[in-house]
Write a new protein. Structure first.
Length: 69
């Protein structure tokens, strides 16, 4: 294993990052689900929150230890 510990998540993307507009952003659960759901950003923020402290190991070779999610 050649994992390297990193203090930040590496930026891994191709192309530009889409702009975020909280007025139009939505979270959708659909398809083969019993209860389809659509939440706008303000509604999404009201969902219960939890904290998970976990190590994160990426297949590209880096690790982020005791990551707070």
């Amino acid at each position: 294993m050649n994992q390297r510990v990193t203090s930040k998540f590496p930026v891994l993307h191709v192309g530009s990052i889409p702009k975020f507009d909280p007025k139009t952003w939505d979270f959708v659960v659909e398809g083969l689900v019993k209860n389809p759901l659509r939440l706008m950003y303000k509604e999404f923020l009201k969902l219960p929150k939890m904290v998970s402290v976990s190590d994160f190991h990426c297949v590209t070779g880096w690790s982020r230890l005791q990551n707070y999610l």
